[in-house]
Design a protein around this ligand. Structure first.
Ligand code: AMP
Ligand code: ZN
Length: 136
């Protein structure tokens, strides 16, 4: 897609710091890492978010995520990694070409990704679960 920054990276029109590539998948360093080594894993095909990724491509992406996750553990001596994906603008998706974030983690690195809250009551929790269940 012409105006998509990640499609332009795939096409070689914009440089990236590549860490992994197959015929359908590309992984490169995020230019503004949460932690150094923060890697973006994308399908080469332009799809907007997880809802549009065909199952066979999702399976290839999953394989790539595990391989790169291993790369963070072995190559950067990470103790773990976070896997994240922002879907839709309201969830913080800035680039509308589907991508996974892989963030290396180290014991005591102090990064807190989720601010957690609580339900007002068990009834509220059950009500919310019911709404999700009926729409799945
Ligand atoms: P998101 O908010 O999930 O859409 O994340 C988009 C990510 O793309 C951000 O973490 C940016 O730092 C990253 N990003 C944007 N442009 C580039 C680029 N040219 N090369 C590498 N990473 C980029
Ligand atoms: Zn694109």
């Amino acid at each position: 897609m012409k105006d998509c920054i990640f499609c332009r990276i795939v096409a070689g029109e914009i440089p990236c710091t590549k860490v992994y590539e197959t015929s359908n998948v590309l992984a490169f360093l995020d230019i503004n890492p949460v932690i150094k080594g923060h890697t973006l894993v994308i399908p080469k095909e332009h799809v907007v978010n997880i809802m549009d990724i065909p199952d066979d491509l999702a399976s290839e992406l999953q394989q790539a995520l595990r391989r790169i996750g291993n790369g963070l553990l072995q190559g950067l001596d990470a103790d773990g990694f976070n896997l994240g994906m922002n879907n839709f603008e309201s969830a913080g998706q800035l680039v509308m070409h589907a991508h996974y974030h892989l963030i290396p983690r180290y014991k005591g690195d102090g990064l807190k990704l989720w601010a957690q809250g609580s339900y007002e009551s068990n009834e509220q929790m059950q009500d919310i679960a019911g709404k999700i269940k009926s729409a799945v």
